[in-house]
Write a protein that binds this ligand. Structure first.
Ligand SMILES: O=C(O)CCC(=O)C(=O)O
Ligand SMILES: [Fe+2]
Length: 201
């Protein structure tokens, strides 16, 4: 039955391919995974340096990997922990659906509306040329904004619902940037899992 309630949206945009599945996990699975991941994860709170000034990153993070290869972005180098049983289950389902293998998982915990993820692209060399990135969301729904770097009218917003899957493919990480903005609304925490494939560079 679950299959029929899944809504799949396919967005064909200039220089990007985006697929969104609303109920990739059902409500019960999503509630359970939210609690499990929130409690089982050893959250990190890293410093980031922007224009020579050091701040605490406005969210908590954790990295999981199939090897010991570190992953670095915005002056942060993260060292992976081995995948847990639950994270392996989520990864298997995402891989099955996307027909793509992932070896790395970056998890973000947005504790409240003050937590955010500024405009960026996931374009590090070790992600390869046109990376496929799979993003699973649990908890509070937050808008995901994305805009084309040069085509100014290409600005969009997708509400990433509890239990949803967002696939970013094609040239997206070269031509587009994305963000999770802060909000003044009184909101509950959100967990986002981004599966990536690191290559040896
Ligand atoms: O929280 C999200 O939905 C986006 C996360 C993200 O862009 C990232 O971790 O690179
Ligand atoms: Fe990102």
């Amino acid at each position: 039955m679950d299959l029929f309630s899944k809504e799949k949206q396919h967005f064909k945009l200039p220089n990007a391919e985006i697929i969104y599945i609303q109920n990739f996990f059902n409500k019960r699975e999503s509630d359970d995974y939210f609690k499990i991941i929130e409690n089982e994860t050893n959250w990190q709170h890293d410093d980031i340096t922007v224009f020579g000034k050091t701040y605490k990153q406005p969210r908590l993070t954790a990295l999981f990997g199939e090897s010991n290869q570190p992953y670095g972005y915005s002056n942060i180098t993260m060292y992976p922990k081995p995948f847990t049983t639950n994270l392996k289950l989520i990864k298997a389902k995402v891989e099955d659906f996307s027909a793509h293998n992932f070896n790395t998982l970056l998890i973000n915990l947005y504790r409240d509306g003050n937590d955010s993820n500024g405009w960026h692209a996931d374009n590090e060399n070790e992600l390869g040329k046109n990376p496929v990135i799979a993003s699973v969301s649990f908890g509070e729904e937050r808008p995901f904004h994305f805009k084309h770097r040069t085509i100014k009218e290409q600005r969009h917003k997708l509400h990433l619902e509890h239990g949803s899957l967002l696939l970013m493919k094609g040239e997206m990480q070269h031509y587009w940037v994305h963000q999770i903005a802060k909000t003044k609304k009184d909101i509950k925490p959100r967990i986002n899992l981004t599966f990536r494939t690191l290559i040896n560079v």
